[in-house]
Design a protein around this ligand. Structure first.
Ligand code: C2E
Ligand code: MG
Ligand code: MG
Ligand code: MG
Length: 291
């Protein structure tokens, strides 16, 4: 596993030039391997989607799941997006990869539905290049049509930086996407360089409070104030609000008390394979054990 290898290289290389060089070499080799092999990874069927349940706080009902990409690398093992998404964006591969993500999510929803599960809503992350370099609306339409799914099965997650990248044309595209019944979420809310004015240009369905704000609630006063403000603003603007990265019962209790609608986080489930998430979807409800 590459994470373990990097960790090992780092922890054993403290203040030691030789190991430091070995560490850099290992990292450089990893980047080279990633750059050269990423181009073929879609054709070689090396990507997989993992799924993290999204839970309604008031009931514990699983109301959807976020699809998070993993790369089953031939030599480095299963890699998370932090190892390759930036490279994929720089090289433009993210367009092809992103198309695969949309189609694969639709295929999976149809498969689950075929096995008797209710129709799911799956969140897919979109990058700015997908808005700029292709007919995103047509692509979403085709993927839904191929698997005979309604738009309500998809929830597209974009960050504020994607929106601000080309505000005018992105707003047009988002409106067209929403007109198909697809939900639209603002990811990592509060962390991008943006003005809140974009919230008036289209109606986002959901705000996802970034994990960096959630991490230190309820102990940290600033994070507590920010999280509370985002929850209140979302409600006043008639948007759903989701807290990301919920890991503790204390965070859950604070968010419940503030009336946050939904949560996602290790407290309930890590992102897991489609096979592993299926029993959770069947069981429909997921609540933390409150002591
Ligand atoms: P994101 O969309 O904000 O996804 C949430 C990230 O937080 C995921 O990391 C998830 O595994 C992690 N997470 C969830 N709950 C917890 C928790 O309780 N504690 C902690 N420590 N982490 C938690 P992951 O899977 O490594 O993905 C990282 C980012 O990569 C995503 O952030 C998203 O921006 C990007 N990404 C993932 N899949 C795709 C994709 O298909 N396309 C594009 N363009 N980007 C993707
Ligand atoms: Mg996301
Ligand atoms: Mg996020
Ligand atoms: Mg993120």
């Amino acid at each position: 596993n590459a994470d373990a290898a990097m960790y090992h290289a780092k922890s054993s290389g403290r203040n030691n030039y030789k190991f430091y060089t070995a560490d850099l070499n290992a990292r450089a080799r990893e980047i080279l391997a990633i750059e050269s092999q990423l181009r073929h990874a879609v054709d070689r069927h090396e990507f997989v989607l993992h799924y993290q349940p999204q839970v309604e706080m008031s009931s514990g009902n699983i109301i959807g799941a976020e699809a998070l990409i993993r790369w089953n690398h031939p030599t480095l093992g299963l890699l998370g997006p932090l190892h390759f998404i930036d490279v994929a964006e720089e090289r433009g591969y993210i367009v092809q990869i992103g198309n695969w993500v949309i189609r694969e999510a639709c295929r999976q929803i149809a498969e689950w539905h075929g096995k008797g599960l209710p129709l799911m809503t799956v969140g897919v992350n979109l990058s700015a290049l997908q808005f700029r370099h292709q007919d995103l609306v047509g692509l979403l339409q085709d993927a839904l049509a191929e698997y005979q799914l309604p738009g309500s099965c998809l929830d597209v997650e974009v960050t504020e930086s994607v929106i601000m990248d080309d505000l005018e044309s992105t707003v047009q595209t988002i409106r067209a996407i929403q007109a198909m019944g697809i939900r639209m979420s603002i990811d990592d809310f509060g962390t991008g360089y943006s003005s809140l004015a974009y919230l008036k240009r289209f109606k986002a369905d959901k705000l996802k409070i970034d994990r960096s704000f959630v991490r230190d609630i309820p102990g940290d006063q600033d994070d507590t104030a920010i999280t509370r403000a985002i929850i209140n603003m979302s409600k006043n603007l008639n948007m759903q609000v989701v807290a990301e990265g919920v890991e503790t019962v204390e965070q859950w209790q604070f968010l419940a008390q503030e009336g946050c609608h939904q949560v996602q986080g290790y407290l309930l489930s890590k992102p897991v394979s489609a096979e592993a998430v299926e029993p959770l979807l069947r069981q429909k409800c997921l609540l933390p054990r409150l002591e």
